[in-house]
Ligand binder design. Structure first.
Ligand code: 26Q
Length: 822
């Protein structure tokens, strides 16, 4: 049936758009233009843009139901998308027209765009990676569905009160979300708890029935992810938990009925809030419920699509590639086995073959405290049938290992999915590794460390299973959208192809590094970006900073391993140098920090207080005025980052070598023309290799030296004794210089540094200081600095998430990418 879509919903002339905005305001929202608030206008504008995606959206949905193409199911507990509106306008190619339509209505387009509250459905790197990958999937025209959780409250908003972090609930859907479409007809029932009962089926086979204690309903909420000017759209399908209206009384014991009201609350709690921890597994029941909830809905959904395509369960590995974004969705391995065996009566071997061919596992961390493990009592009380299946997977896996390694009990206990030293746990990284066809790390170094540390026994058994896929970020959001002046300058010289073919095109600006006019324009843009950030800093913090100073920026989650306190020790040492020698020549700097601390992470929160304490003293001290400023930029998130990356001169990537799996902020800075000071950690190693060691400030111990020092009786106090600037800085903090004489406040940081220093801050201090000297010297040479900045951008092609996704397609998913090679 041919349906004529009225112009009002797809015309792209400014006048049509203007009329469409009014139309949405009136008919969709029931508001008159006279009474409309800024938020009403934002909603009307967003509906108007969404209408323009609908044709592609529906076209893409149809594509999911076509045979013969493999769909990627990207399973992730987090998607940190950032604001939709500007991105959607860019990708649809209607930015100018929409801006004109808004202006014609008397609206300020920037105000409308900045009205959007971002969906902060992630903690940091891992969630943002998922968002960049969604952008790349669609831009490369690869059919993909992102599966996750529609948290009612995303990552908390951060306020700073008296120098300390205060967490505010993130009420992102308070005023509605124009980008999602709820599908009340698309729901799945998820079971929890209870017990299992063996029985014999019609054919006399041993079977198991799971009798759950309660059930929860998952409702699909869809958001369109548009590709960059290619008419393609993919789907982000997030699940909201709701109580099932009617209980299946037969399946409930009489005694359980009274608990039905409690169960309703439990049901609605599951998708309530994002856990704000990253890199720390708390082992909480609700967290496991969240994971199982979204994975169960998502698997059922893929099987539904499979069926609708006229395929059978045996076709699953050819029809879908399911990627596990860390272990958070790894319960999916046991769930797919359960569905195949208990519900569809597959043999174990056949089910296992299908499962192993369907899943791939991406590891994002080596930190022991971040590796997910669930205590057996908790696991069996929530997912009794899955635990039985995991035992069976483990049993069969270890039996296989025994064939070659009989009697090696230690090896078997190291490989086992069940950790049996002391209290017993399910090790999710082991389940994910055993149940997947491919395991990948997120940078070359990280993948090597995976092979030779955490997963070394698995690597020895099956080396082919392990690959590296270095992370990347989307140049659409991170350059074109969030540094539009620089994007304009680049396009003026090499055209616009770099936006969709960054990896092969951006090096065309390399020769412009030698062009003095180009360098001049480049600097002008950087200067404007710095001025804009300075204005925002004044507005948000009340501190006035000078855009002529070197903007030295460290923005990322606050973590001891990321070593924000190493940065602070450098600042205090510089401060002391000036105090002792007020007339000295130094390169004036503005130090900018930003990042959230997990609410329960005491040391991280104390580091925020220390940053603010040091900022307070330095910003008020007339002796250093104009030469040193320290800023803590509150509430660092995707939206605020628009102002920050593009304004940076220097990018701080100073984690202890071997601890940062990849880092992606490092890529965003470098792509926006900041130079990096960094350790040989994560993707820094590859960034340095690409941009050239002469265009990168390297310092510190490497991962091998770190391991050696740590195993050889490291004594941090030794460095304190032997470096007077370090001693002085530590002593000042300890003596209460930055805390009005309070000697206790920062004692835990000092104690940790002096007695344990697990992240080798003390050992790397002098190398860091020396390297910062080189930074200061180079910054004084504007032309040389600019030349290096341009070369950084020109050589960052490899760090486009388009390249990452192509690598996944060829090395993990077995997908042929049509769009793409240049
Ligand atoms: C686990 C259990 C319970 C509650 C929370 C969690 C949890 C949540 C989020 C554990 C880890 C995370 C996030 C981890 C993360 O963002 N890792 C980062 O991933 C990036 C993308 O690969 C890398 O670039 C970073 O190096 C890595 O730190």
């Amino acid at each position: 049936m041919e349906i004529n879509i009225p112009d009002i919903r797809h015309g792209n002339h400014p006048e049509e758009l203007q009329q469409a905005i009014l139309d949405n305001l009136y008919y969709t929202q029931g508001k008159s233009a006279e009474l409309a608030t800024l938020n009403d206008w934002y909603m009307a504008v967003s509906y108007t843009v969404r209408d323009r995606m609908m044709r592609h959206w529906i076209g893409s949905l149809n594509k999911f139901y076509k045979k013969g193409i493999k769909i990627v199911g990207y399973l992730s507990a987090e998607f940190l998308l950032g604001p939709h509106l500007d991105n959607a306008m860019l990708n649809l190619g209607i930015q100018e027209e929409m801006n004109m339509a808004m202006r014609n209505l008397g609206l300020d387009p920037l105000q409308v765009i900045h009205q959007e509250e971002e969906p902060g459905l992630g903690n940091g790197g891992l969630g943002r990676l998922a968002a960049c990958f969604m952008d790349s999937f669609t831009t490369l025209d690869i059919p993909a569905i992102g599966y996750g959780i529609r948290y009612e409250f995303g990552i908390f908003d951060q306020q700073i009160k008296d120098g300390a972090q205060v967490e505010i609930t993130d009420k992102w859907i308070r005023f509605g979300n124009p980008w999602e479409i709820v599908r009340p007809e698309l729901t799945y029932i998820v079971k929890f708890g209870g017990h299992t009962e063996p029985y014999t089926d019609h054919d006399g086979n041993y079977s198991v029935k799971w009798i759950p204690a309660y059930e929860v309903k998952g409702v699909a909420y869809d958001t369109a992810i548009p590709g960059y000017q290619n008419d393609a759209v993919n789907l982000l399908r997030l699940w909201k938990s709701e109580a099932v209206e009617s209980f299946n009384f037969k399946e409930f014991n009489e005694g359980n009925y009274a608990g039905a009201v409690d169960q309703k609350t439990i049901a609605e709690t599951i998708s309530k809030v994002l856990y704000p921890n990253d890199e720390l597994d708390a082992g909480k029941r609700l967290r496991l419920s969240q994971q199982y909830f979204f994975v169960s809905c998502s698997l059922r959904d893929t099987l539904h699509i499979l069926q609708a395509r006229g395929l059978t369960l045996r076709d699953l590995p050819d029809a879908f590639a399911l990627q596990l974004n860390d272990t958070h969705p790894s319960i999916g391995i046991a769930e797919l086995m359960r569905i195949l065996i208990d519900e569809h009566l597959f043999s174990w071997d056949e089910a296992w073959g299908i499962t192993r061919k369907t899943f791939g596992y991406t590891n994002h961390t080596l930190l022991p405290e971040a590796l997910e493990k669930w205590s057996l009592p908790l696991f069996s009380s929530l997912l009794p049938r899955h635990l039985e299946i995991i035992y069976e997977i483990n049993h069969r896996f270890l039996d296989g290992v025994k064939i070659k390694h009989a009697g090696n009990e230690q090896l078997l206990s190291r490989l086992s999915i069940i950790d049996e030293q002391g209290e017993k746990y399910v090790r999710m990284a082991h389940l994910a590794t055993i149940g997947s066809h491919t395991v990948n790390g997120v940078s070359r170094l990280h993948s090597d460390l995976l092979r030779h540390s955490v997963l070394s026994d698995f690597y020895a058994l099956d080396p082919e299973k392990f690959v590296n896929i270095t992370n990347g970020v989307t140049p659409r959001r991170w350059i074109r959208l969030y540094n539009s002046s620089l994007a304009g300058l680049i396009s003026k010289h090499i055209g616009e192809k770099w936006i969709s073919h960054f990896d092969t095109e951006i090096n065309k600006i390399e020769s412009l590094a030698e062009n003095i006019d180009f360098r001049e324009q480049w600097r002008e843009i950087k200067q404007q970006n710095k001025q804009a950030l300075a204005d925002l800093i004044l507005q948000r913090t009340g501190v006035s900073v000078n855009p002529d100073t070197l903007f030295d920026v460290q923005v990322k989650r606050i973590h001891e391993y990321k070593r924000q306190h190493l940065n602070l020790l450098h600042i205090v040492a510089l401060y002391n140098r000036i105090k002792k020698n007020p007339g000295m020549q130094i390169t004036p700097r503005t130090f900018i920090f930003g990042g959230k601390a997990a609410p329960g992470y005491f040391m991280a929160k104390l580091i925020i207080r220390l940053i603010n304490a040091i900022a307070d003293v330095i910003n008020k001290d007339a002796d250093v005025a104009g030469r040193l400023n320290v800023i803590f930029f509150p509430d660092f998130n995707v939206k605020n980052s628009e102002w920050i990356y593009r304004a940076a001169d220097l990018s701080e990537q100073i984690s202890t070598a071997g601890k940062e799996a990849s880092g992606t902020g490092n890529m965003k800075f470098s792509m926006n023309g900041a130079l990096t000071i960094g350790t040989l950690d994560g993707a820094n190693v590859e960034i340095m290799q690409e941009v050239g060691a002469e265009n990168f400030f390297l310092f510190g111990l490497d991962a091998i030296q770190v391991a050696a020092i740590q195993s050889g009786g490291y004594q941090p106090a030794h460095y304190y004794q032997n470096n007077h600037e370090l001693k002085e800085a530590i002593d000042m903090i300890d003596a209460g210089y930055f805390s009005d004489g309070d000697k206790h406040l920062f004692r835990p940081i000092i104690d940790s540094l002096m007695n344990h220093d697990p992240y080798l801050v003390m050992a790397d201090f002098s190398s860091y200081m020396d390297c910062q000297e080189k930074v200061s010297a180079l910054f004084a040479d504007k032309e040389e600095w600019t030349r290096k900045a341009i070369l950084n951008v020109a050589r960052m092609g490899r760090f486009s998430s388009d390249r990452s996704i192509r690598d996944y397609c060829s090395r993990v998913w077995g997908i042929n990418v049509v769009n793409g090679v240049g």
